[in-house]
Design a protein around this ligand. Sequence first.
Ligand code: CIR
Length: 255
Amino acid sequence: MLVAITRKVSPRMAECQLTHLRRARIDLGRAAEQHLTYEKQLEALGCEVRSLPAEPELPDSVFVEDAAVVFDELAFLARPGAESRRAEVESIAQALQSYRKLASIEAPGTLDGGDVLRVGKRVFVGLSRRTNQAGLEQMRALLPVYGYSVESVPVERCLHLKSAVTQVGESMLLINPAWVEASAFRGLELIEVDAAEPFAANALLMKGVVVYPAAYERTRKRLAARGLGVVTVEVSELAKAEGGVTCCSLILSKT
Ligand code: CIR
């Protein structure tokens, strides 16, 4: 059984962190509706959704992916690179503690969950504005015990590693090669986003189905042409806060 931890949109979402986008007016009602549709889609795929209440003071707190990284054997509580996001971790720790043994990224390490991509036993960690070498090393100190290898990937042209590359099949990635070096993912099959859709690489693979933003029609067709099952969700308001489909949930298997 899969569990998805989500969190409702903050009433202060308009004050979110922005790195690569200009601030655009966010319709909070619409954002909340899109988020609910996203939760329902995860449920429809057979996932138990544990939806946490909104954090009124934390604008980016809907993007729960950044607050932790969950493996079958343990979970890491992140130490987000943006100071305004550090307080998001506490309530995520509470939600996770009944499911996993917890480890924490400690100062001077910083790490956002959006920078960690696990494919089987390979763990790719993006070194970005949000995640530093010390954060990566703390993962590297613990994960090999459980058979994982940790590979670092420079991320300079977008916010997080998973803005540029995500998993869409067992050993298949969707990638924007303009934002991250494709050679970092040797041994895996790569599907490139359509060049007209640079933000299209963020997809959420759940039970063999790709949950995907409705906005990226050209890239969606590429995924379908490769025989992948795709369901689309409208996330346009969340995208104005630089969020995508992986960011809005922490997925874990309930053992
Ligand atoms: C931020 O800048 O932290 C948020 N506005 C967006 C975070 C998106 N998270 C993700 O891609 N994992």
